[in-house]
Design a protein around this ligand. Structure first.
Ligand SMILES: Nc1ncnc2c1ncn2[C@@H]1O[C@H](COP(=O)(O)OP(=O)(O)OP(=O)(O)O)[C@@H](O)[C@H]1O
Ligand SMILES: [Mg+2]
Length: 249
């Protein structure tokens, strides 16, 4: 059975999309059939992080307003030789996509149906959902659909004050598995200090602590970090998160 993994952060800019894109690629390289769906229609990122890959004219927004089937918006992405398969469903292409969604609205049930249909049509093992920060319709649907919720936070007070709200949100939506990832730990701050702060705020174990990585910032979204720096120690830290996200069969 396919597994759905949703990313979430209380605040923006925590590195959710970057982590989602690289995890999707690593999971596919490990042999899984994976689709990354960018549900962040307000501020899409996934297709940019893959070097501006675009669906042949179709996106998640097109599906939601009835212009195509959801699988028409899935683009096959390169993976390591001998690996699995990776598909990307971009959120939207042009600014007009968000204007149309705002003007017309859409039936939120379509989003959940779209996830199920993608799983069937692409025969997926893993559906990974990137989301907008905070709480909106798409994020609620993504988290409510997920088997595993990945909460990405920085270890600063601004981010950690959202812990209570995130926990309540996840409890209300009954998301069974959770993984807490601390990202962008500043140089000079020990991993353990960041881990402890986050664990105290969330009352749960931190799965991974990821340092602020200048090489990642310098890639500047021009290429996937996994392609630009496959041997970087950060890749090993990404890789180590994967077993905690995937339910054993
Ligand atoms: N560990 C890291 N070290 C350095 N830079 C990072 C790290 N993680 C992410 N970044 C950079 O931080 C910026 C924000 O990352 P990203 O867009 O993935 O965050 P996000 O949480 O998805 O943001 P948004 O809320 O806007 O969707 C990007 O420029 C990214 O390259
Ligand atoms: Mg993002």
């Amino acid at each position: 059975m396919a597994q759905i993994i949703a990313m979430h952060s209380h605040r923006g800019g925590t590195g959710r999309s970057t982590i989602a894109a690289n995890l999707a690629r690593l999971m596919a390289d490990e042999g899984h059939r994976v689709a990354l769906v960018d549900t962040d229609i307000q501020s899409p990122a996934a297709h940019v992080l893959f070097g501006d890959a675009q669906a042949p004219g179709h996106t998640l927004a097109d599906y939601l307003i009835g212009r195509c089937e959801v699988e028409d918006a899935a683009v096959a992405m390169p993976t390591a030789p001998g690996g699995g398969d990776l598909f990307l469903v971009p959120a939207r292409a042009e600014a007009s996509g968000i204007h149309e969604i705002i003007a017309q609205g859409y039936d939120v049930g379509l989003l959940r149906e779209g996830f199920d249909r993608l799983i069937d049509a692409l025969r997926l093992d893993i559906l990974l959902l990137d989301t907008h920060a905070g709480i909106n319709n798409e994020t609620v649907t993504a988290v409510a659909s997920a088997d595993t919720l990945v909460v990405v936070t920085r270890s600063c007070r601004l981010d950690l004050t959202g812990a209570g709200e995130t926990i309540e949100f996840a409890n209300q939506l009954s998301c069974p598995r959770r993984a807490l990832v601390v990202n962008m730990v500043p140089p000079g701050v020990p991993d353990e200090a960041s881990r402890e702060r986050a664990e105290r705020a969330y009352g749960s174990t931190v799965e991974a602590v990821l340092p602020y990585t200048p090489e990642l910032a310098m890639v500047a979204g021009a290429r996937l970090f996994a392609d630009a720096h496959p041997e970087h120690p950060l890749m090993e830290r990404f890789r180590k998160i994967i077993p905690s996200l995937i339910r054993r069969r």
